[in-house]
Design a binder for this molecule. Structure first.
Ligand SMILES: [Zn+2]
Ligand SMILES: [Zn+2]
Length: 260
């Protein structure tokens, strides 16, 4: 069963204006508090945003992780060691920040505590950094990584779709939530080895039509650990004739070599 179908076009200006008016009214009645420090005024305050460990260029052209600073001239090298030896269906992968500190706590509230309003500040941070991180900032449409329908019913929403919708507004691009679907309910990836993660999500996605054929897609998810989910979703998009797939996640697990 498809949860939502078709592309979501950018809302007409009057609807955007009405939505902003509605949001302002709600903020007046229930002023937001920072989910980290509980300061009044915003769901994520400027001081807590400062504490987020953003991924800084130069990054590997493919996986988006920082290139080793110890190599003589990072500017001349584009692929990290891992990407030079690991084939991938993705054209590029980027993440805003490492999954830790205030960002980890915010994602937990966003994903498991029904704090959907966090999609707005989190996606705006993603939008603001995209051009500095991406090798090819332009794309045609945004596709969120889907949840299995059962998981979505339990949670009530797909956090990746909420981020994708807000990114669609920021970039003035359509969001397609209907074509890519998750056909298999997979076990949670947490606690699995990289190889088991790969097997867990293999063949878990498919496209219900060829509507995305020839498109340049920005695939969006909240967290990336080993990249197995993004790879699997990307393969399904490729099978449906998608021309290019860049993946963008809010957070990314820090690879073992980069841990403090
Ligand atoms: Zn704060
Ligand atoms: Zn790489």
């Amino acid at each position: 069963m498809t949860i939502q179908t078709g592309s979501v076009p950018t809302a007409p200006p009057v609807l955007v204006w009405l939505r902003k008016l509605g949001d302002a009214a709600v903020d007046l009645l229930f002023p937001p508090r920072c989910v980290i420090c509980h300061r009044l005024g915003a769901w994520l305050c400027a001081a807590c945003i400062e504490e987020i460990e953003f991924i800084q260029p130069p990054v590997c052209t493919h996986c988006g992780l920082p290139l080793e600073t110890s190599i003589p001239n990072p500017g001349t090298r584009t692929l990290c060691d891992r990407c030079q030896h690991t084939p991938s269906a993705l054209d590029a992968q980027r993440s805003l920040a490492y999954h830790g500190g205030p960002l980890r706590a915010a994602i937990h509230e966003f994903k498991y505590r029904d704090l959907r309003s966090l999609a707005v500040p989190l996606a705006r941070l993603m939008a603001a950094r995209w051009a500095t991180l991406a090798p090819c900032p332009d794309f045609g449409t945004i596709v969120p990584v889907p949840l299995h329908p059962r998981r979505q019913r339990e949670r009530g929403y797909n956090q990746a779709a909420l981020l994708a919708r807000e990114l669609g507004t920021c970039f003035a691009k359509p969001v397609d939530e209907g074509v890519l679907v998750r056909t298999r309910a997979t076990a949670p990836q947490v606690g699995l080895s990289p190889v088991d993660r790969q097997h867990n999500v293999q063949g878990a996605f498919r496209c219900t039509s060829d509507d995305l054929s020839g498109m340049h897609v920005l695939l969006v998810d909240d967290v990336c650990t080993t990249g197995s989910t993004l790879e699997s979703a990307c393969l399904a998009l490729r099978e449906a004739g998608v021309t290019s797939v860049q993946a963008y996640t809010l957070a990314r697990a820090k690879p073992s070599g980069l841990e403090p």
